[in-house]
Write a protein that binds this ligand. Structure first.
Ligand code: VG1
Ligand code: CO
Length: 544
């Protein structure tokens, strides 16, 4: 193996966002662009000589090409072993598991998650550390800093590697191992849930299910686990073949994008349980016959019932949610007297709490839930959790949700996304909101009087690091909240997310439509941020 040093010029836009570096494929295809970023990561890390790097992605367009490029750079940088998912495929949670299980130094995950794929769409890359979790901010800041002054990268003259044949090969000092992407993950799931009970519940017909893999990474995982192991019918998994362009759709599991699933679940012959996952397999959408479970409620329900699942039978050490996620899980934590942490958006902020054993479950309003079994959110894990709950409780999804609301009250919730807003307009909106904050406390808007108005800043309880500017929050005396933040995963302009919630204790009012129940807060949010006025738009692109 001959090592070559290739001169290159820095790109000024390689600042990772909420979850890695995401750009249009065309941006990644520029000469040296991917190479610079990968070399910047390796230049920022220490003591990995001879150690193992895990490599895999969600199979989107450019995945295979990127993997071949990265293999050569990793070889030149003196890694000892590369563990790669067959076909270059690994779901994000599966990659996290493999890093942990095989004591790897870290891993590179190639994905732009729920963003569309194809030659004119998105690609992404992120580094996960030895705990299996996304690199913390101090590392991603270091990668960015290095990328701004990089003047060369290292590569090798080894030929392209056959990614499709499972097995190991040795090239000089480098071992390359191609593994089945599903096996380790399926074993992990089997160690967490009651697979025998699930098999019985499915074979007896008590549970009928429909899973939409959205032509993304979870197809092979769902086929193996739900069909081969648990015995669901082949028709239970739809859009199961991973496609480079996700069939031209957004692999985003919500009622708008998973419309085939949504139609079936809200029809007369709906299965008992329906679910979907995203491009890289870390998100989940939970539905039951004629009911959609908001991700914030799902987290709270999982926390309240965790003891019914074998792996969590001893209870939870604590829970955490991202700041814009509804306060439903806080009520569960308070009732069971366990700690509840509020972190900024993005899974990297849960890592320290999970590593320190402070929390067992965590989640985000953006269809993400997970536990200490890996260091990523985990779509199929959440789905198996719900299936296991249904099987133990012998209740429908709707009954489980309604019973939870009766016990804890309902945190009525919605999120409105205004996508691809011109960046200067979006920045003006945020500046305007910042100016407004000091004037708001004490002001009364109808039934809502402002209790606090601030910009969320987080001090990590484990390492003391501080993350500022993590979203603007306006909280009311009755516990309602409006939160504004700009997305850190988009690739075009800026996306403004508006998160709105209100608590409803009265069980006779639990079955309201969220948009209606939150109507006056939605009007207030516009009054504060003026997004419609400033963009001329009539409403959000996506409501979840
Ligand atoms: C979004 C979600 C956030 C999630 C992130 C990565 O980030 O809001 O909760 O952690 O995506 O998820 P943002 O900055 O666009 O709001 V994934 O499945 O895209 O890796
Ligand atoms: Co994802």
């Amino acid at each position: 193996m001959q090592i070559e040093t290739i001169p290159s010029e820095p790109y000024n836009d390689q600042n990772p966002g909420t979850s890695g570096l995401r750009k249009k494929v065309k941006v990644f295809q520029q000469p040296g662009y991917l190479e610079n970023f990968v070399q910047s990561i390796f230049d920022s890390l220490e003591d990995f000589n001879g150690k193992t790097l895990v490599l895999g992605g969600d199979g989107r367009y450019f995945n295979r090409i990127a993997i071949q490029i990265i293999i050569k750079i990793a070889a030149a940088n003196d890694f000892g072993e590369l563990i790669i998912g067959q076909g270059g495929l690994l779901s994000t949670p599966a990659a996290s598991n493999i890093i942990r299980k095989y004591n790897a130094f870290g891993g590179l995950i190639l994905s732009a998650s729920h963003n569309p794929g194809g030659p004119d769409e998105d690609f992404g890359i992120k580094y996960n550390a030895g705990n299996g979790g996304p690199a913390p901010e101090k590392d991603t800041n270091a990668f960015y800093l290095r990328s701004q002054s990089i003047d060369h990268y290292k590569t090798t003259n080894i030929p392209d590697i056959d990614l499709d044949t499972v097995g190991s090969q040795q090239i000089d000092t480098l071992k390359i191992t191609i593994i089945d992407p599903v096996t380790d993950y399926a074993e992990l799931m089997q160690s967490i849930f009651d697979f025998n009970l699930l098999k019985e519940s499915i074979s007896s017909g008590y549970i009928t299910l429909l899973f939409d893999a959205m032509s993304a990474i979870t197809g092979p995982y769902a086929k193996r686990i739900l069909i081969d192991i648990l015995g669901a019918t082949p028709e239970s998994v739809i859009n199961a073949e991973p496609l480079e362009d996700f069939g031209g759709r957004h692999p985003d599991p919500n009622l708008a994008h998973a419309h085939e699933l949504a139609e079936r679940m809200f029809s007369a012959d709906a299965p008992t349980f329906g679910a979907a996952s995203d491009g890289d397999g870390d998100r989940n959408m939970i539905t039951g016959s004629n009911i959609f479970v908001t991700p914030s409620d799902s987290l709270a329900i999982m926390a309240a019932n965790a003891r019914l699942i074998p792996a969590y039978s001893k209870g939870l050490s604590g829970v955490a949610r991202s700041m814009p996620t509804s306060q439903a899980v806080d009520r569960v934590a308070a009732k069971y007297n366990i700690p509840c942490y509020e972190t900024p958006t993005g899974w990297k902020f849960f890592g320290n709490l999970l590593d320190a054993g402070k929390i067992t479950l965590c989640g985000e309003e953006s269809f993400g839930t997970g536990s200490d079994h890996v260091r990523e959110k985990d779509g199929l894990w959440a789905i198996l959790f719900w299936l296991n709950l249904i099987a133990v409780k012998r209740q429908s999804v709707a009954d489980i949700v309604h019973e939870h609301w009766e016990k804890f009250g309902r945190d009525i919730y919605c999120r409105h996304d205004y996508e691809a807003v011109e960046t200067p307009i979006a920045n003006d909106i945020v500046d305007h909101l910042r100016d407004l904050l000091p004037t708001l406390p004490g002001q009364v808007f109808g039934e809502y009087s402002v209790k606090y108005a601030d910009e969320f800043s987080y001090e990590d309880p484990i390492d003391g690091s501080i993350s500022k500017n993590q979203g603007i929050r306006i909280g009311f005396e009755n516990g309602s909240r409006i939160v504004f933040r700009l997305s850190g995963t988009g690739t075009v302009g800026a996306t403004l997310r508006i998160y709105i919630e209100r608590f409803e204790a009265d069980a006779t009012r639990h079955n309201q439509d969220a948009e209606e129940a939150l109507g006056s807060l939605i009007i207030l949010a516009e009054q504060f941020c003026e997004i419609k006025k400033r963009t001329g738009r009539t409403g959000p692109n996506v409501k979840t």
